[in-house]
Design a protein around this ligand. Structure first.
Ligand code: PLP
Length: 399
């Protein structure tokens, strides 16, 4: 693959209805007068996707008939090869069901595998659409908050075991790697988590959307690859959308090894008017397949670039804003910054980020009460933009 990418290039996304940059959305989310904040919030990247992806879509585009299209078997093959090669996880073709997104899938799962009032376990601070899916569907959030030990987030297994033992808890949502705390859970941690859930008959939804964006020195373990028991007791979700910046193409996969759960999900898809074999999108499948088959060198370079962005952020923030701590980023491009030692009210941290630094970041409390005083920053942008953002933060917190 000829190297034709340049992550330093600043790309104008205006006029493309990019959610991250759209002034009307910034106004809605951050308030009037906030339309021009520099947006380092929504988790997509300000980089072009690999050229091979564009070329694959262009080839199909040329055909000029985009009618009802079957679920592309080549997409499933590409997924199987990718996870086998990169994650040592042997997925069988019948286990795969496409879905337009993982957030829709979390909602489908909550609706199909729990009843109103049932408890669903999450571990805050965590990606907030999980709690929204639980609440919006009339189920109960059962939170087992992560704890900070020796400067790193860990699962609280004692608390988890107590909560999972409640017969009202039917589902646990595992975020692996974890957004926003950036942890890659170790095999041992996943085994403890999985054993607790399986022992208590709690179905696990393993959201592994960030599993390809793992920083040097770390290695992701797919939950279902650990044991047959975990595979049968869980539904996993993955996608090329974060990895290759394709989130607008509405294509991801559920992996359901248990034929009974697969049958139930199939029936459920039917009740939604969706293809029971799975529903993604025509161009999403083409793009994802091309990326999985041909864009590994791009991804290798991307991870190096993201890692350097992370080191740049950490070094400057910790040096120039005394007391602020950037948690070690083991995966994702979404570092988690702790401002609590500055002894400012959490509202003041938010005010300084927005008014002082001019930034739209994901505020910590969106991820749960225990996120107050934290900010999540998206560093998947050219370094020049990141530099501008860090300059702003340093100015805003320079008291
Ligand atoms: C943990 C996690 N799951 C799911 C998603 C989004 O999934 P989708 O775009 O497929 O709905 C994100 C996006 O940031 C995420 O961080």
């Amino acid at each position: 693959m000829e190297k034709d990418w340049n992550f330093d290039e600043i790309i104008d996304r205006s006029g493309t209805a990019a959610m991250k940059w759209e002034p009307s959305i910034l106004r809605l989310k951050f308030g009037p007068g906030r339309e021009n904040l520099m947006p380092l919030w929504v988790a997509d990247m300000d980089f072009y996707c690999p050229t091979v992806v564009k070329e694959a879509m262009a080839e199909r585009l040329d055909h000029q008939i985009y009618g009802y299209t079957l679920q592309d078997p080549e997409y499933n093959n590409a997924v199987i090869q990718w996870y086998g090669r990169r994650h040592n996880w042997e997925i069988k073709e019948p286990w795969l069901m496409s879905t337009p997104g993982i957030v829709p899938a979390v909602n489908f799962l909550v609706q199909r595998f729990t009843c109103p009032g049932d408890g669903v376990l999450i571990q805050t601070p965590v990606y907030y659409p999980f709690a929204e899916a639980i609440r919006n569907n009339g189920r109960t959030v059962v939170d087992s908050p992560l704890i900070i030990a020796d400067g790193q987030y860990e699962m609280d297994f004692e608390d988890l075991a107590k909560k999972a033992a409640d017969p009202g808890v039917k589902l646990a949502i595992l975020c692996s790697p974890h957004n926003p705390v950036g942890r890659v859970w170790t095999r041992e941690e996943l085994i403890r988590f999985g054993d607790i859930c399986m022992d208590n008959n709690v179905l696990v939804f393993a959201d592994e959307i960030h599993c390809d964006l793992v920083m040097p020195g770390f290695s992701h373990t797919s939950f279902q690859s650990i044991s047959e028991r975990f595979a049968q007791g869980s539904i996993a979700a993955n996608a090329a959308s974060k990895t290759f910046n394709l989130a607008g193409l509405s294509q991801s996969s559920l992996v359901i090894p248990d034929p009974i759960k697969r049958g139930e999900m199939s029936l459920y898809f039917q009740t939604l008017g969706m293809n029971p074999r799975g529903s993604g999108s025509l161009f999403g499948a083409i793009a994802s397949r091309a990326a999985y088959m041909s864009a590994e060198p791009w991804l290798t370079d991307l991870i190096d670039y993201l890692h350097e962005n992370y080191l740049y952020l950490k070094q400057r923030v910790e040096l120039e804003i005394p007391g602020a701590k950037v948690f070690d980023l083991q995966a994702t491009y979404l570092p988690w910054i702790d401002f609590r030692s500055l002894k400012l009210a959490p509202e003041e941290v938010v005010r300084r980020v927005e008014e002082g630094a001019g930034l739209a970041l994901d505020h910590g409390d969106w991820f749960g009460e225990n996120g107050r005083g934290f900010e999540r920053i998206n560093i998947a942008c050219p370094r020049a933009l990141l530099k501008k953002a860090v300059d702003g933060l340093v100015r805003a917190f320079d008291s």
